[in-house]
Design a protein around this ligand. Sequence first.
Ligand SMILES: [Zn+2]
Length: 163
Amino acid sequence: MAVMEITEFPERVLKEVGAAVEEFDEGLEKLVADMFETMYAEEGVGLAAPQVGLSLRLFVMDCAGIKLVAANPEIVSVEGEQEGEEGCLSVGKIHAPLKRAERARLRAQDVKGEWFEREAEGLAARCFLHETDHCDGTLFIDHLSPLRRDMVKRRFQKMKRWR
Ligand SMILES: [Zn+2]
């Protein structure tokens, strides 16, 4: 297993709609293991393939008691609303308040290619939504108001200069 390098905003791959995962083989198993290792090393709760430079519809998560691999994820339904802060490893973990659905139902394939559905609420639902967005080339900052988005971008640019 190996820790991979995190792709950061504004790299192009983060804006691309990922390609479908079609091969459920040893290569995918190794990639998923590396993604988990990278996510834990970075103290994240979710990590999508574009965040390690791969334009693929794939994410891993371990958040609020839900640990899973999701290939070709889709959000099939959402309900309610939650307030809360959100951040992203690709945007230097800078947090901003972002309203999300309180509950979300995810449909995806596991590492063997088996389809499953899973429901989550609160933080785990937020994670489903955030990571599925990554697979579609959307970052959490894309959901913020232009003013708040600029604030996060400026803080991130500043942070990058200092490291
Ligand atoms: Zn993210």
